[in-house]
Each structure stands twice: as structure tokens, then as C-alpha cells.
Design a protein around this ligand. Structure first.
Ligand code: IPE
Ligand code: IPE
Ligand code: MG
Length: 254
């Protein structure tokens, strides 16, 4: 089984010291893709060159996740706070989904990947939304890896939205206070229908969550690396999964 898993990687990947077990894979991996700007700066390039390079990592890691057998891959692409950045950078980031999908959509379709989006559509430029919605509808009947882009996503906004919906339902008399439980909340989050992330990866050395899936990460395993996103490879991804497999998840038990 392990040999077969490695065979899938072919010559493109070197085998780490410890082979990856296939019986304890994280079902949902979420990644805070960070460090594009610093990667570019270190090379004397404009920040957008870092974002362009990061797009290639998105492809690389999507394919790796698919080959390994991950079921859900959520990628934090743009936060509700990233609008604070200079307009030229925001404009470039908003063109990336089109650019990425123009190159990769056919291959994603062939690989049975389901593209999804988790975030606020309001505020996104039409061209960005159109590209994403085309990808979502063209992959809607696929049954493989769920590739979930967190685009214009913010966890506090998401939770406030859920709280408002719940309060309104109570006000209308459709929901009693006693009936509110964790499921009531989860069902009203943008991640509704997805399992909570088992493993959260953040690149670039920052040790924070930056408003990403705060509710959903209650019991996620965290893995941080100093590597900038454009330099994040399949080997790093497998290292994170291997480390995940060494951990004991206790959920408060013993
Ligand atoms: C991550 O890289 C991409 C987005 C947040 C859109 P950054 O652009 O945050 O890169 P750094 O953190 O400035 O290096
Ligand atoms: C988090 O990165 C958001 C994304 C990766 C899309 P940031 O670069 O925006 O986070 P901070 O500002 O360093 O916390
Ligand atoms: Mg950053």
C-alpha cells in the first residue's frame, strides 16, 4: 500500500525518511498560504511576482493532495482584511483566479476535482466571481478532491453572520434558545457541509491564524513552517502530513 502510494508520486518526488501511512490521513487540510510578498522582496521583485509564483504552488499542492488521497483542501487565498492592501496589489490578486483557472481548469476537471469557494461574493469584481463560478459549475458533478478557495473570507464576519441568522430565527419563533447547539452554528457558517479541518498548515513563519476558520479549528492540528508559500513543495506538504500522523488527538479526553 505504501509502495503504491509512493509509486503515484513517480520521479517528481523524493521519498522522505519515513513513509506516509495511508490509514491515518487528514481528511481535510487547510492552508494559510503566506509569504508571497517577502519571497518576492528577497529577490528584488515586486510583491505581485510573489503572488504569481504562489499560484504555481497552488497547482503543485492541489495535485499532491489529490495523489495522497486528501478529501478536502481549503486554501486561504484572500481575507476580508486583505482589502487594506494597495489597490494595485488587490487588483492583481483579484485577477489571479482567472489566470489560474484559465491554465488549470481543464486539468482539474480531468482529475475529478471539485472547485468550491468559501467567502463573500459581495465586493468581488465581476470578472473574479465569473471565473470562480464557471469553475464551480464545470466541476460540480466531479467526485474527487474538494478544492475549496477561501476568497474574501473572514472568520469573525462568518460567525457574526451565523449569530444574526440564529437570532432572527429565534425572533421569528422558529427556533428555541434551548435548541441552539454546535450544529446550529456550524450549519450557518460558510464552511457548512465540510468537515472541520484536521490539519492546518501556515507557511512563512508567522504563528497566527489571521481570522481563518476560528470556529472550525477548535481541535485542528497545527503545523507551521518558515518556508514562504512560493517555495512550499510536495515534500513539505508530506512532511506536515507525516507529523500529523505522529500526533495523538485527544479532544479533551485522555
Ligand atoms: C500571502 O502572501 C498571500 C495573501 C495574503 C493574499 P502575502 O502577500 O501575505 O505575503 P507576505 O506575508 O507579505 O510576505
Ligand atoms: C493571511 O495572510 C491571509 C491569507 C493567507 C490569504 P496575511 O498576510 O493577510 O496575514 P497577516 O496580516 O500577516 O496576519
Ligand atoms: Mg502575509
Amino acid at each position: 500500500m505504501i509502495e503504491r502510494l509512493w509509486a503515484k508520486f513517480g520521479k517528481t518526488s523524493s521519498q522522505p525518511s519515513e513513509p506516509l501511512a495511508t490509514d491515518n490521513l487528514p481528511q481535510h487540510v487547510a492552508i494559510i498560504m503566506d509569504g508571497n510578498g517577502r519571497w518576492a522582496k528577497n529577490r528584488g521583485l515586486p510583491r505581485i511576482a510573489g503572488h504569481h509564483s504562489g499560484m504555481k504552488t497552488v497547482k503543485r499542492i492541489t495535485m499532491a493532495a489529490d495523489r495522497v488521497g486528501i478529501k478536502y483542501l481549503t486554501l486561504y487565498a484572500f481575507s476580508t482584511e486583505n482589502w487594506k492592501r494597495p489597490k494595485a496589489e488587490v487588483d492583481y490578486l483579484m485577477r489571479l483566479p482567472q489566470e489560474f483557472l484559465a491554465i488549470e481548469l481543464e486539468e482539474l476537471i480531468q482529475n475529478n476535482v471539485q472547485v468550491r469557494m468559501m467567502g463573500y461574493k459581495g465586493g468581488l469584481p465581476d470578472h473574479t466571481l465569473q471565473a470562480v463560478e464557471t469553475a464551480i459549475s464545470r466541476t460540480a458533478n466531479n467526485t474527487g478532491l474538494v478544492l475549496n478557495f477561501a476568497l474574501n473570507y473572514g472568520s469573525r464576519k462568518e460567525m457574526l453572520g451565523a449569530v444574526r441568522e440564529i437570532a432572527a430565527a429565534v425572533q421569528r419563533g422558529e427556533l428555541s434558545l434551548d435548541a441552539i447547539d454546535e450544529k446550529t452554528m456550524s450549519e450557518r457558517l460558510l464552511s457548512s457541509g465540510l468537515p472541520d479541518p484536521d490539519l492546518v498548515i501556515r507557511t512563512s513563519g508567522e504563528l497566527r491564524l489571521s481570522n481563518f476558520m476560528l470556529w472550525q479549528m477548535a481541535y485542528s492540528e497545527m503545523w507551521f513552517t518558515d518556508v514562504y508559500w512560493p517555495e512550499f513543495t510536495e515534500e513539505h506538504f508530506l512532511e506536515a502530513i507525516t507529523e500529523y500522523q505522529r500526533r495523538a488527538r485527544r479532544y479533551g479526553g485522555i
